[in-house]
Design a protein around this ligand. Structure first.
Ligand SMILES: Cc1cc2nc3c(=O)[nH]c(=O)nc-3n(C[C@H](O)[C@H](O)[C@H](O)COP(=O)(O)OP(=O)(O)OC[C@H]3O[C@@H](n4cnc5c(N)ncnc54)[C@H](O)[C@@H]3O)c2cc1C
Length: 433
């Protein structure tokens, strides 16, 4: 028997039966037994979701024994790996085959199957999230059978299972379409928020990966442009001392202290944010793609993120800003804006439309409800879709309106898991009983 809690400390569970299978057959047997005993079973990743999507109720399955690359073809770029593989290990492993993921999110602490299951994404106007880089899945379903799916085989399950919030079965292996390893030139610079919003489309379309962080209560946005370098350009990583000062000291240690100060002295937040936005000054460096995409996030926070049709993102940020100014709330954490190309995965937040993501954060020792609720109200008229792993309060009826293939997904779930072996309170909230 054991306990589980997520990274953010928003969800926990006790009294669990914990299984660590080391083969697909062991997973299948475990699922079969749980189903026969009428128990609910949940596969967990690294616990980096803020929502209760991975909360186990009775049987918790960890896939840390199915956690390595099992085959890689440097020519086709197809790589097969165990579902429990962590992204950091995956990135390092791909490097040894001179391969890389085409796009990644901000951190590398998640497992690959946990990341795809909630629609984890990075930024890039012509690129999709991690699940769009999957070309095959091996899934253990509720009756203990093993289903292989891809665009050619069990295509409806493939469309549903790439982003499935753990509700269709236990993913045991995945095949990725990777790309040849590449270097990115990172250009980071603070700019006036007004300038960033006015030029948002040019910035998003004119860079391989564009994002910005706006510090509430200030006029400053920290912009990040990451672009592939021309052939022949070598790495020039950020210096060790500068890297430590920017990424460890300012982004983590000092940030933790300023957040603690914000709890005690909310009146100082405006000034702290101004200082923080200026402290992170312009820098440029060239490094391996995954080192540029991913960084350390050690200050614990709560997050909500909504995907909106890209053409509405500037309006959303303007309304959010107006609300923050009106409300008197003090928010020490920046707001992050990213983009992604439309894709065809039924529950992907970017399904069928070019998308922009607006992510809001709050320090874990500060209340977030009022802020996050207001955000949810602001984005609602834009048909916004919540990140499945980040805080929101929507239920199945509202989500059905925002996902054209929602009922197709539910039909696959009814077929694969009629007894809801893979259900938990979160799946009941977002998909219904
Ligand atoms: C500091 C931080 C930074 C983040 N940055 C980003 C970012 O840049 N972009 C972004 O989009 N998100 C980001 N996230 C959110 C995070 O990527 C997602 O919540 C992700 O799902 C977490 O992966 P995990 O391995 O921790 O999975 P968990 O949170 O443990 O599980 C997520 C879901 O996957 C299911 N699951 C896990 N393994 C399996 C399996 N083998 N078979 C079937 N289902 C399975 C679980 O049941 C659950 O429903 C961030 C989160 C944190 C805390």
């Amino acid at each position: 028997m054991s306990t589980w809690r997520n990274w953010a400390g928003t969800e926990s569970a006790t009294g669990l039966e914990v299984l660590r299978p080391s083969s697909v057959d062991e997973v299948a047997a475990a699922v079969k037994v749980a189903a026969e005993q009428g128990k609910r079973l949940k596969a967990v990743g690294a616990g980096h979701s803020f929502t209760g999507c991975s909360v186990p109720e009775q049987v918790m399955v960890r896939l840390d024994r199915l956690a390595s690359i099992t085959s890689a073809d440097s020519v086709s770029g197809k790589v097969t790996l165990g579902a429990g593989t962590g992204l950091a290990k995956l990135n390092a492993g791909l490097t040894s085959f001179d391969l890389a993921m085409a796009n990644l999110g901000d951190i590398d602490k998640q497992t690959i199957s946990g990341a795809i299951s909630t629609g984890t994404h990075g930024t890039g106007a012509k690129l999709g999230g991690l699940a769009t880089q999957i070309v095959g899945l091996e899934l253990v379903t509720a009756d203990g059978s093993v289903l292989n799916c891809s665009a050619e085989e069990n295509a409806d399950v493939f469309n549903a299972a790439r982003v499935s919030v753990g509700a269709l079965g236990v993913i045991t292996a995945l095949t990725l379409q990777t790309v040849p390893a590449f270097l990115l030139r990172a250009q980071e610079m603070p700019l006036p928020l007004g300038e960033v919003l006015t030029g948002f489309n040019e910035l998003a379309d004119g860079n391989d990966h564009f994002e910005f962080y706006w510090f509430p209560h200030t006029e400053i946005a920290l912009t990040k442009r990451n672009n592939r370098v021309a052939p022949g350009v070598g790495p020039s990583p950020v210096g060790r001392i500068r890297g430590w000062v920017d990424d460890e000291l300012l982004s983590n240690r000092v940030f933790e202290l300023t957040n603690r100060l914000s709890v005690r002295r909310p009146g100082l937040v405006r000034r702290i944010n101004r200082l923080a936005s200026r402290a992170l000054s312009a820098r440029e460096y060239v490094d391996s793609s995954y080192k540029v995409f991913c960084s350390e996030r050690n200050v614990v926070f709560r997050e909500s993120e909504y995907a909106v049709p890209r053409e509405h993102v500037v309006e959303v940020v303007r309304q959010l800003r107006a609300w923050i100014d009106r409300s008197g709330e003090r928010i020490p954490f920046p707001i992050e804006v990213r983009v992604a190309a439309a894709d065809d995965i039924w529950l992907s937040t970017a399904y069928g439309r070019d998308t922009a993501y607006v992510a809001i954060h709050q320090y874990h020792r500060l209340p977030h409800d009022k802020y996050f609720d207001a955000f949810e109200q602001i984005v609602a008229p834009f048909g916004a879709r919540p990140h499945w792993g980040k805080l929101h309060k929507l239920g199945a009826e509202q989500l059905r309106e925002r996902y054209p293939r929602f009922d197709d997904f539910l039909a696959v779930r009814d077929r694969l898991d009629p007894q809801r072996v893979f259900g938990n309170p979160y799946t009941r909230q977002v998909f219904g009983a």
